[in-house]
Design a protein around this ligand. Sequence first.
Ligand code: WT7
Length: 643
Amino acid sequence: MSDIYPVNPDIAAKAHADNEKYLEMYKQSVDNPEEFWGEHGKRIDWFKPYTKVKNSSFDGDVDIRWFEDGTTNVAYNCLDRHLEKRGDQVAIIWEGDDPSESENITYKDLHQRVNKLANAMKAQGVGKGDRVTLYMPMIPEAAVAMLACARIGAIHAIVFGGFSPDALADRIKGSGSKMVITADEGLRGGRKVPLKANADLAMDREGVESCIVVKRTGGDIDMKDGRDVWYDEVTAAASADCPAEEMNAEDPLFILYTSGSTGMPKGVQHCTGGYLVYAAMTHEYIFDYHEGDVYWCTADVGWVTGHSYIVYGPLANGATTLMFEGVPNYPTVSRFWEVCDKHKVNIFYTAPTAIRSLMREGKEPVEKCSLDTLRVLGSVGEPINPEAWNWYNEVVGKGNCPIVDTWWQTETGGILISPLPGATALKPGSATRPFFGVEPQLVDNDGNVLEGATDGNLCMTTSWPGMMRTCYGDHERFKQTYFSTYAGKYFTGDGARRDEDGYYWITGRVDDVINVSGHRMGTAEVESALVAHAKVAEAAVVGAPHDLKGQGIYVYVTLNAGEEPSDELKKELVKWVRQEIGPIASPDWLQWSPGLPKTRSGKIMRRILRKIAEDDFDALGDTSTLADPGVVDELIENRQNRQ
Ligand code: WT7
């Protein structure tokens, strides 16, 4: 039996939905999606109202459309429509890496900045349908750039600032971006990140036409004549009046690259209308957002969480959203809590990996702050272990703040499974129940539908407005990746358990994707980076339990004949992967393996490598099909991850 935390009646009384309301709305949303979303689609403003609501099929060619004959504009909905009522309200509270730096940006001010950048981009030849890559630190200009793209109908593709020049170049190429927006340098935890220098390497490789550069640190960088311009200069010269382009509901809003089990990361493509309706509605109900609340999501805009729950959802709702440039432990491990007090944060949304790392520092750094404005806490990115959940609940939330453990993916655009603060009794570690319109299903490996309390592969049987529409430029891959494993269903790649109360417990990826500090990493990507090194013959990468990161990256490397393993070479290979992909792909353990366990047909048996990396080699299972069972003993003998 797991612990249950009943809903706090005071919270239920004021919440957008108590349990009864949740059940009623959920039922309506699945019994009659047309009516339900036809009504809730009106939460955003439409230039031309839709007459059709849902038109989607997970069979055949997989075609997903919502509100398909409606037109609107995302920037208009996040800015213009709020001006009359809340022009002087703060839209973005920006908190710098250095605690002495912060800024409040009102809706009026944000609207002006977006219009100016939008005009500056137009002047550089960017228009509707063009792709623009953003490689930005967490500064207000990142949100301004996203909204400026949305305003003129350009499609942004954000690349997280921790990615390498090569990874950036691959994404510029994949999206066919003609413009890059970046900053001279980023600033995180007192350290500089050479964004423009990295972008230069990538832009040179891809022949990018134009680049707008924000001055953040004033660091010394190269500006290439005819290509690079300063943000301050081009926006100062631009008019603050830029009409919002009329976009069809299904026109793309952004592309975001994410790792899968094979090949190059996929360009997940999200649309305009359904995405915004879903981001805004989930933000309101799941965080129980109310007028006047200060809301803080600690993610980076380089990930989907930053798209949906720092920028689009909150701004569509007219919220005050906090954007934080720094890291949880700089200058001290109280930083998160100091920021909560400084800006009177009511809703706080972070990742289990951050909670675990702060939990290690004990209660004192939290308890010296008051945290009395907090009302709702959120978690995202990976399963939250009960120990971290309890600490979050007791030490941060003082037992008074419901924790919403939100399960979703880059592909889903918004949260699919989560408690609602006023409706759902909580069980630590469970993402609990589906949001409105979401119909999860568990299936076995043969695709048989499983009923009742059971374990299985997590699928969705029908579309919701915020889901991805295709892989950019590769619809075949979209179909293949998500709809071919179990025909007619969207397969999430996650395993899950459903308990006797119908609550979902996400058990983790069932494919070759690992989750490192809430960031998704394809093992194949790390492998291909390793084998690109001149001394490496073969590499296999698996995830292994890691105290802070959830999963760490465990690599097995076979060197070319004549190469000798050494600590120096180990360091060189770790550095190599960081350079090839970025610091988030740094191997945590590296084991030299003269041989890898393979079947007689030459297929690497990852199941065995995973078990060895987990230090769980008593459960290796059947090794009799191996070409050379002897390699297993050798690998166990030299494993790196001894408990
Ligand atoms: C994968 C998606 C979407 C937010 C950031 C990650 C895992 C995400 C949870 C959660 C258990 C979770 C899943 C999912 N995941 N949230 N609350 N509990 N697992 O987005 O990079 O697309 O990764 O993150 O495995 O498939 P992403």
